[in-house]
Design a protein around this ligand. Structure first.
Ligand code: ADP
Length: 258
């Protein structure tokens, strides 16, 4: 019996990096997993359409259950199709991890309207588009689950050269707080995640690039913190952002409302 036995999880942006590590750990812990990834748009090339299927193949080869989806998280239709993949293959959804992301880091004066719109769209609207159908399904079917939204220290404290990303991640923090309050009525838990530095995304950033990578801050070391949030071990927790890094799991307190 794994920590997620009998559960169905959707993980967006799970063809690489953190999402891939979450998908593989969740499957190992007994969840059936929908692996979503549009495929390689991080550098604008959009060339790796097979990323989600490869992760699914790895999970199935290891004896787990998974299904691939290559929809764009930042469209209403994409979010609906991702839920449909879960329902068609596994009949339910218990966990959503909004992880898909993209970066266009530049100092603010060099951030074009296009850079701004794309990053805010993928992160903030993407979290909305994926959450809405899952939220309605959980609420309407009386099957409350867990929604984990990826915020960032960039949105909570700020990082140089990330005005668009920081704005989107701060927005996700506010979104998470509001939904956690609305979710109490239905038993839906909504949690935020601020992953430690040196994820695949941050490893190319100026400021991170020149530092010695922390050998422990690997996706495989961040994934157990996300597993904890998704599992019944965290049944009493909602509306909290957990900072998960090689230094362990800690709650990041932005405000004292409860
Ligand atoms: P990290 O490991 O730091 O989370 P990655 O770049 O490895 O960073 O992971 C982000 C993933 O999100 C990538 O695999 C990328 O293809 C995916 N992604 C980016 N934009 C979208 C989108 N609009 N829809 C679905 N997946 C996306």
């Amino acid at each position: 019996m794994g920590l997620l036995s009998g559960k169905v999880a959707i993980i967006t942006g799970a063809g690489n990096g953190l999402g891939e590590a979450y998908a593989k750990l969740f499957a190992k812990e007994g969840a059936a997993v929908v692996v979503n990834d549009l495929g390689g748009p991080r550098d604008g090339s959009g060339s790796d359409k097979g990323a989600a299927q490869k992760v699914v193949d790895d999970i199935i080869a290891a004896g787990g259950r998974a299904a691939a989806n290559t929809d764009d998280v930042s469209t209403v239709e994409g979010g609906e199709n991702i839920l449909k993949t879960a329902l068609d293959n596994f009949g339910q959804v218990d966990i959503l991890v909004c992880n898909a992301g993209i970066l266009r880091d530049k100092t603010f004066a060099n951030t074009s309207e296009q850079d701004w719109d794309l990053v805010v769209k993928v992160h903030l609207k993407g979290t909305y588009c994926c959450t809405m159908p899952v939220w309605k399904w959980m609420k309407d079917n009386g099957k409350p689950g867990v929604i984990i939204m990826t915020s960032s220290t960039s949105g909570l404290y700020g990082n140089f050269g990330q005005s668009n990303y920081g704005a989107a991640k701060a927005g996700i923090y506010g979104f998470m707080r509001v939904l956690s309050i609305e979710g109490r009525k239905y038993g839906i838990r909504v949690m935020g995640l601020a992953p430690g530095a040196f994820t695949r995304m941050t490893s190319d950033l100026p400021g991170f690039r020149d530092k010695e990578p922390d050998p422990m801050a690997l996706p495989e070391n961040i994934a157990p913190g996300v597993l904890y949030m998704a599992s019944d071990l965290a049944a009493d927790h909602t509306g909290k952002v957990l900072g998960v890094s090689s230094r362990g799991v800690r709650e990041i307190k932005m405000m004292q409302t409860d």
